[in-house]
Design a protein around this ligand. Structure first.
Ligand code: AMP
Length: 282
C-alpha cells in the first residue's frame, strides 16, 4: 500500500496551478459536446496545468503526439512503457521479472506499474513540475479506478489506426541508443478500398549522428507485437468505456503521418503550435 499512498500524495501535488499553464500557446475550448467534433466537457484548465491521458494501440504514435503536446503545454510526458524500460535498463531488483513479461508482450502487474508511476510523480513533485500527459496508463480498469481515486483527469485522447499499419509501424520503429529519440524506417502506403480511406506515412529517418546507434526494442518483433495488439484489444474496451461514460473520451483517427495528423490533432484540441506554423512557412 505504500506505493498507493505515494501515488495519492503525488496525485494531489501535481494539481497545483503554475505559470506554465499561462505560457502555453493555446486557446482551449471549455464547452462540452460531441467527442468526435471537439473536446468533451472539462473543468477550467487555465487554473492549473492539463492532466491528460493518451490511449491507443502499440505503435499508434502515442509517444510522438504526447511528447509534442507536452512540449507545447509545458507539462511532463510520462510514459509507463518508458518507466518499465528504465527499470529494465537499471538492472534493479524488478528487472529479471519485468524482462520476462515485457518480452512476451504481456502486461506488468498493476502493483508494479503503480509503484513505478508513483515514484515518477514524486520526482515530478520534487522538480516542481505540474500537470501531465500520461501515455500507456491506465491500461486496465483497476488502473483507471486508482487514477480516478487520486486525481482528476481532464481529457482522454484515444488514437486510432488500422491494425496492418500498426504492425508495420512497430516493426519499423528504431530508437537511438544514445539520445533516446524514436525514428521509423517503415514506408507505409496503403490504398483505400471498400470505403476505407488509404493511408500514407513517410518514414521518419534518423539524422546521420544517430544512424550507427539505432536499436530495435526487444518487444517489437512480429510475434510479440501481435501479442501486444491482442492484449491491447482485449483490455482497452472497458478502459475506453470507463472514460466515454464520463464524457472524457476524444476519439482521434490518425489520417496519416505527422504532417497530416499533427495539425488535425491540434485543431480538435483547439490548440495552436506557433513554432510548427513558423517552420511550415519557412
Ligand atoms: P509501451 O511502451 O507502452 O508499449 O509499454 C511497453 C511494455 O511495458 C508493455 O508491453 C507492458 O509490458 C508494460 N507496460 C507499460 N505500461 C503498462 C501499464 N499501464 N500496465 C501494465 N503494463 C504496462
Amino acid at each position: 500500500m505504500a506505493a498507493l499512498n505515494r501515488l495519492l500524495r503525488a496525485g494531489a501535488a501535481v494539481r497545483l496551478p503554475t505559470a506554465a499553464a499561462r505560457r502555453c500557446i493555446l486557446s482551449l475550448a471549455f464547452s462540452g459536446g460531441d467527442a468526435r467534433q471537439g473536446m468533451p466537457g472539462r473543468r477550467d484548465p487555465v487554473s492549473r496545468n492539463v492532466q491528460w491521458v493518451f490511449l491507443g494501440c502499440p505503435g499508434v504514435g502515442k509517444g510522438t503526439y504526447a511528447s509534442r503536446l507536452s512540449q507545447l503545454l509545458g507539462v511532463p510526458h510520462i510514459a509507463t512503457g518508458d518507466l518499465v524500460r528504465e527499470e529494465l535498463a537499471s538492472s534493479g531488483p524488478l528487472a529479471p521479472q519485468l524482462a520476462d513479461i515485457v518480452n512476451q508482450g504481456k502486461l506488468v502487474s498493476d502493483e508494479i506499474i503503480i509503484n513505478l508511476l508513483s515514484k515518477r510523480l514524486e520526482n515530478a513533485e520534487a522538480n516542481g513540475e505540474s500537470g501531465f500527459i500520461l501515455d500507456g496508463f491506465p491500461r486496465t480498469i483497476r488502473q483507471a479506478e486508482i487514477l480516478e481515486g487520486v486525481t482528476d483527469i481532464d481529457l482522454v485522447v484515444n488514437l486510432k489506426l488500422r491494425e496492418d499499419v500498426l504492425l508495420a509501424k512497430c516493426l519499423g520503429r528504431r530508437i537511438c541508443g544514445q539520445c533516446g529519440k524514436n525514428f521509423n524506417v517503415a514506408s507505409i502506403n496503403v490504398k483505400g478500398e471498400n470505403g476505407r480511406p488509404g493511408i500514407f506515412m513517410a518514414p521518419l529517418p534518423p539524422p546521420a549522428q544517430c544512424m550507427s546507434k539505432l536499436v530495435t526494442r526487444a518487444d517489437d518483433t512480429e510475434e510479440v507485437v501481435k501479442e501486444r495488439l491482442r492484449i491491447y484489444n482485449e483490455t482497452s474496451q472497458p478502459v475506453e468505456e470507463f472514460y466515454r461514460s464520463r464524457g472524457k473520451l476524444l476519439e482521434f483517427d490518425l489520417p496519416g503521418g505527422i504532417p497530416e495528423s499533427w495539425p488535425k490533432l491540434l485543431q480538435v484540441l483547439n490548440l495552436e503550435d506557433h513554432d510548427d506554423k513558423q517552420s511550415a512557412a519557412a
